[in-house]
Design a protein around this ligand. Structure first.
Ligand code: G3P
Length: 217
């Protein structure tokens, strides 16, 4: 399973990248706002750090303008993935941009049928939002499992990019289901390393080591 980082925070991306944890990056207009940076500048900087796909999202409402924005975003670097919303206009833009050879991430997916139609439109990635379904008391992980099932039934090559990940449990379950990619905030990725028994065990080792009076260096 690939790990994408869901942020436009360059320092956080660089820190995780040093550990080989970053297979790609996803951004969206809300994350650009949070970064306080210009979209073209920050996206270029991210592409200078990460060699895998970096999603940059269009903001136009109609297909022609989405296509124009997508082409402009794709000029930033060869690893740009153009992110379009799962609307009819977004699907039209997806088809045109993917036919032109660009990677396309279709975002804001909340149903298996939306994922099916995005695959038909040539999406490289489909982004089902787990946390936002959980927010309205619908199990977001069921959506990941349904899409996996449907894509496998027909051999669709669109990659399932599980998004709106809020907990480490979401990542565990996505790995069990077989999502191709997860995108998560840096804090959630770092939390994968945490376990209370690890901390408890280390405390005990540290105390016992101090009691030995020994040194390694
Ligand atoms: O990748 C989509 C993600 O940024 C949405 O996450 O937590 O705002 O639902 P969230």
């Amino acid at each position: 399973m690939k790990f994408f980082v869901d942020t436009a925070d360059v320092a956080a991306i660089a820190e995780l990248n040093e550990l080989g944890m970053v297979d790609g990056v996803t951004t969206n207009p809300s994350l650009i706002l949070k970064s306080g940076r210009n979209i073209l500048e920050v996206t270029k900087e991210i592409c200078g750090i990460v060699s895998g796909p970096v999603s940059a999202e269009v903001v136009a409402q109609d297909a022609d303008d989405m296509i124009a924005e997508g082409r402009k975003l794709a000029e930033i670097a060869p690893n740009i993935t153009v992110k379009v919303p799962l609307t009819w206009a977004g699907l039209k833009a997806c088809k045109v941009l993917s036919d032109e050879g660009f990677m396309v991430n279709v975002t804001l997916c909340f149903s298996p049928n939306q994922a099916l139609i995005a695959a038909k439109a040539g999406a490289t990635f489909i982004s089902p939002f787990i946390g936002r379904l959980d927010d309205i008391n619908i199990d977001g992980l069921d959506l990941i499992a349904d899409i996996r099932h449907i894509y496998d039934n027909y051999g669709f090559e669109t990659q399932i990019l599980a998004a709106s990940i809020r907990t480490v449990n979401h990542i565990t379950e996505c790995a069990k289901i077989g999502a191709d990619v997860i995108t998560a905030p840096p804090a959630v990725i770092k939390a994968l390393a945490s376990h209370p028994l690890t901390e408890k065990g280390l405390d005990q080792f540290n105390k016992d080591w101090a009691a030995t009076g020994q040194k390694i260096l």
